[in-house]
Write a protein that binds this ligand. Structure first.
Ligand SMILES: *[C@@H]1O[C@H](CO)[C@@H](O)[C@H](O)[C@H]1NC(C)=O
Ligand SMILES: *[C@@H]1O[C@H](CO)[C@@H](O)[C@H](O)[C@H]1NC(C)=O
Ligand SMILES: *[C@@H]1O[C@H](CO)[C@@H](O)[C@H](O)[C@H]1NC(C)=O
Ligand SMILES: *[C@@H]1O[C@H](CO)[C@@H](O)[C@H](O)[C@H]1NC(C)=O
Ligand SMILES: *[C@@H]1O[C@H](CO)[C@@H](O)[C@H](O)[C@H]1NC(C)=O
Ligand SMILES: *[C@@H]1O[C@H](CO)[C@@H](O)[C@H](O)[C@H]1NC(C)=O
Ligand SMILES: *[C@@H]1O[C@H](CO)[C@@H](O)[C@H](O)[C@H]1NC(C)=O
Ligand SMILES: *[C@@H]1O[C@H](CO)[C@@H](O)[C@H](O)[C@H]1NC(C)=O
Ligand SMILES: *[C@@H]1O[C@H](CO)[C@@H](O)[C@H](O)[C@H]1NC(C)=O
Ligand SMILES: *[C@@H]1O[C@H](CO)[C@@H](O)[C@H](O)[C@H]1NC(C)=O
Ligand SMILES: [Cu+2]
Length: 801
């Protein structure tokens, strides 16, 4: 309803977007257009009243096939079929699988080794052999595991295709398997519901509700992640939450302050034990003790958290002045100024090209990023996202989410046109495998050009002003992992720089407000904004003029220096340069006061002034590393979170800093990042930079009902440093102007020949189109792989909550 109204408003505001005077047809891209003062004549004469047509990007064939994108439908189906015919795997289809059946969790492309990939993309060898990476949930055993295996080479050939444990990408050498603490999830749920049902009288009395595992439960019960894995026990601490009473996802704002502890070690539920209740900081070892205290006069009942408009995101409050009018909108009247090869997920914009890759664990990644054909990065993408909480209660204290466990791929939902991305953006679909199906999230990566609200360059004198537009290109995806929404954006700029950014929104996970002033602010009735650190690790595999690279640290240092031209020593500063020699000294913090420049360069690529060509890495908004040292919750799973930057020598055996099932064995996880550091040389080697984005998040009332993207954000910028000897490459854009105005009169307006719209932007039509697109928001398209049924797709969407 409201959207329709705004579409009407947009149409009323339909504008004529060609105000710039030009002597000839404005849609002609003249190489150089001089606008003399005498040409200041009736602008209207030059108007072209044709409506601008939104043009989709031209398809430009990728030079190579994309070896990082997923399996084809046929490949995934044939692998799945093959797996179910291997008697030694003893698989049961997911629909029918219980806690004691093996099943397939994942079938996706095994990312090729960089050495094989480069032989193909640089040296013209054949594409690397394709293998499927399969994750099995092995549960028909007393010691269940998650097992990574390789199946291939593809295509599947009965008789010659084999499977083998996948071990080489992991630091733990246990045949690609890690124990599975989730095997008995359903039994655990029943076990816990049995306990929570047993105090229905108390929960009714406290909150008028119950948690019995029935459809009409009004309370939910969940807690720490991962489970505590010490001293031969497997401890789960859980707490009660009020369920939201409508579709708003407010539950993580409704904790109730009663906690319970269970030990669920082993596969025999009859050996599991209930270990006690915690309420108002008093521990009761048995239900009888808790019940007795509860019914004793003087028992202190704490007020609950209850859903209300405060927890809903819909508009409320007095309307803002003039806010009923349409806000400014960006349009792309010149059409798409980039090319996309949808099949190869290959993109070019101005002098930039790259391939997009996508995986279940990590979501979007970019490969073979080149500027003017010269590779800058082989790979750029997220590795893992940590949200480490703390609190005086065992649940907040015990939460350290490692989100790749849930996966960024499965929750990269369809983007909202006109909101997540401008109305004129282009999109890519993404796919992930789950339960013998492939789900496709339609339009879950968006790509678009945008005009920054500040120019790239400007300069004024008394006689001229020069100014360059800052038009940049964005690749974006959003993953909603449970209560939280992470927006990942990769920005490409005309000056040859790249920015990596994450923003966070969605519902916070809050704490019950009782005795926890040291762990958060009091933000609602009985609500604490539970303090937590977000740390997100990224891989940036730079290749500056080839793979032999070095990191230089250039520091501004204060000095007292004597000069031949000065009688006295002078207090001043100078530069101090050094290389990061080896992996003993390659875990780094951003220097205090931003004093040090961190540059990846090639000492064999010297520019004509004798300086090394390189790319500098600099934070462009706050970034963090983890506050907690040697986390009790996560131990060796997050050794990538301890610093801001880490540099390693590239190995095909170290492709990723984290494994999605690291949380299943926190002491000895499949990938322990600290094991990457064995003092290898970093001088003119193939370097990989691992860097962290993130924020210390201490939610305040500002986070209600949702955290806002404006300030919950973090980013790092890669900028050319002595890389282009001709200077700033953004000088090549036509999107600039010089106005000569000496003596008070403009004598020249130099516009360098960039096209102007030359047509009317019909915002009315665009607004209506946008609304139609929102009505078309569909959810996932699902294709069954076993049995393979490519011609009968259906719609379905899963979220964690
Ligand atoms: C207006 O511009 C369009 C392309 O933008 C062109 O096809 C058309 O011929 C122009 N019309 C006039 C009257 O110049
Ligand atoms: C195969 O799995 C089934 C359960 O799905 C189990 O009962 C059986 O023992 C397993 N067979 C072998 C040989 O492990
Ligand atoms: C590519 O070819 C060059 C020259 O033959 C060789 O030095 C280099 O090792 C090759 N690179 C790869 C990745 O095969
Ligand atoms: C391999 O064998 C399975 C089971 O007999 C059959 O379904 C499948 O079509 C065969 N695949 C190929 C490529 O021959
Ligand atoms: C639930 O508790 C009762 C009594 O404490 C016990 O007999 C029963 O086995 C339990 N059920 C489950 C599923 O744990
Ligand atoms: C909840 O559902 C159960 C059946 O599943 C029913 O017996 C019970 O009366 C319901 N309780 C409430 C409060 O609606
Ligand atoms: C995305 O998937 C939808 C539904 O399968 C399809 O219609 C559309 O063409 C796909 N888009 C691209 C860019 O491949
Ligand atoms: C982390 O703490 C545990 C338990 O106190 C201890 O065994 C381990 O050595 C510590 N690790 C480090 C790196 O300090
Ligand atoms: C990739 O590299 C690893 C480590 O060198 C090696 O074990 C593995 O066989 C390679 N994979 C392929 C497909 O060649
Ligand atoms: C690390 O390697 C360097 C040479 O690059 C060497 O001087 C140093 O002693 C090594 N450190 C250790 C702890 O072995
Ligand atoms: Cu947060």
């Amino acid at each position: 309803m409201k959207l329709f109204e705004s579409a009407v408003l947009l149409s009323l505001l339909s504008c004529v977007c060609n105000a710039s005077p030009k002597p000839k047809a404005p849609w002609v891209n003249a190489a150089r257009t001089r606008l003399m003062k005498s040409s200041h004549i009736n602008t209207k004469r030059y108007l072209n009243t044709t409506t601008c047509v939104q043009t989709d990007p031209v398809t430009a064939q990728a030079p190579k096939s994309n070896i990082w994108v997923g399996l084809t439908d046929d490949e995934a189906a044939s692998v799945t079929n093959w797996l179910f015919h291997q008697p030694d795997l003893n698989l049961t289809v997911s629909d029918k699988a219980g806690e004691w059946d093996n099943r397939v969790l994942l079938v996706e492309l095994n990312q090729p080794n960089k050495s094989d990939a480069l032989a193909y993309i640089d040296n013209g060898s054949t594409p690397p052999a394709r293998y499927a990476h399969v994750v099995l949930d092995i549960r028909a055993t007393l010691e269940p595991t998650y097992s990574d295996i390789l199946v291939g080479p593809l295509p599947i050939q009965n008789g010659t295709t084999t499977w083998q444990p996948l071990e080489y990408p992991y630091t733990r050498k246990t045949g690609g398997s890690v124990r599975n603490l989730d095997a008995d999830y359903d039994s655990m749920d029943a076990f816990i519901m049995n306990i929570t049902s047993s105090i229905e009288d108390i929960t009714m009395n406290l909150w008028g509700g119950f948690a019995k595992g029935q459809d009409n439960d009004t309370l939910d019960v969940w807690g720490i992640d991962p489970l505590w894995q010490d001293d031969g026990k497997l401890i789960n601490w859980l707490t009660f939450w009020n369920k939201a009473t409508d579709e708003f996802d407010a539950e993580t704002l409704l904790p109730l302050g009663l906690f319970l502890k269970v030990d669920v070690n082993g596969r025999d539920p009859s050996k599991w034990s209930f270990e006690g209740w915690l309420y108002n900081d008093i521990f009761y070892p048995t239900t009888a003790a808790f019940r007795e205290a509860f019914y004793t006069p003087g028992f202190v009942q704490l007020p609950p958290n209850v859903e209300g408009d405060w927890a809903r995101t819909d508009r409320r409050g007095d309307p803002l002045p003039l806010d009923d009018a349409s806000p400014p909108v960006m349009t792309a009247p010149g059409g798409s100024r980039y090319t996309i090869d949808q099949e190869a997920k290959y993109v070019s914009w101005m002098d930039w090209t790259f391939y997009a890759g996508f995986s279940r664990d990590r979501g979007l990644a970019l490969f073979d990023i080149r500027y003017r054909g010269q590779r800058i990065l082989y790979e750029l993408g997220l590795q893992e996202a940590l949200a480490h909480y703390a609190g005086n209660d065992p649940v907040q204290s015990g939460v350290g989410y490692l989100d790749s466990y849930y996966g960024f791929g499965p929750y990269a939902f369809q983007l909202v046109p006109g909101y997540d991305c401008p109305a004129y953006a282009s999109y890519m679909n993404t796919s992930f495998y789950t339960e013998e199906t492939t789900h496709t999230h339609i339009n879950s990566i968006c790509l678009f050009e945008y005009d920054a609200e500040y120019p790239m360059q400007r300069h004024s004198t008394g006689s001229y002003v020069s100014n360059t537009k800052n038009v940049f290109f964005t690749v974006r995806s959003v993953s909603t992992v449970g209560n939280y929404d992470y927006m990942f954006s990769y920005y490409f700029y005309m000056d040859g720089s790249i920015k990596v950014e994450v923003r966070a929104s969605g519902y916070i996970q809050s704490a019950f407000y009782a005795h926890n002033q040291d762990y958060g602010y009091h933000i609602h009735d009985s609500l604490s904004g539970s303090m937590h650190d977000h740390v997100l690790n990224f891989k940036a595999d730079f290749d500056i003029y080839g793979t032999a690279n070095t990191m230089q640290l250039t520091a501004n240092v204060p000095v007292t220096e004597s000069y031949v031209w000065s009688e006295k020593p002078r207090n001043t500063m100078k530069l101090q340069r050094r290389f990061v020699e080896n992996e003993d000294e390659s875990q780094l913090f951003w220097d205090a006061n931003g004093a040090t420049q961190y540059t990846i360069l090639n000492t064999a690529a010297v520019n004509k002034f004798g300086e090394y060509k390189g790319y500098r890495i600099l934070p462009s908004s706050p970034t963090i590393h983890l506050t907690v040292l040697n986390s009790s919750n996560l131990r060796n799973t997050i050794n990538w979170a301890t610093h801001d930057l880490s540099l390693t020598q590239h190995h095909d055996t170290e492709p990723r800093s984290a494994h999605p099932y690291n949380n299943q064995d926190i002491h000895s996880p499949p990938i322990d990042f600290s094991k990457f550091f064995n003092n290898e040389s970093l001088i003119q080697e193939d370097l990989v930079l691992w860097f962290n984005l993130g924020m210390h998040h201490v939610p305040s009332t500002q986070d209600l009902p949702n955290t806002v993207f404006t300030t919950a954000q973090s980013s790092v910028h890669f900028m050319p440093l002595n890389y282009f000897e001709e200077g700033d490459v953004s000088r090549r854009t036509r999107g600039m102007v010089r106005v000569d105005y000496g003596g008070g009169d403009v004598s020249e307006v130099e516009t360098f020949g960039q096209g102007v719209p030359g047509c009317q932007v019909d915002l009315g039509a665009e607004g209506r189109e946008l609304e139609a697109e929102l009505w078309g928001y569909t959810g996932d398209v699902v294709i069954r792989k076993f049995p393979f049924d490519p011609n009968d797709p259906y719609f379905d969407s899963d979220s964690i909550v």
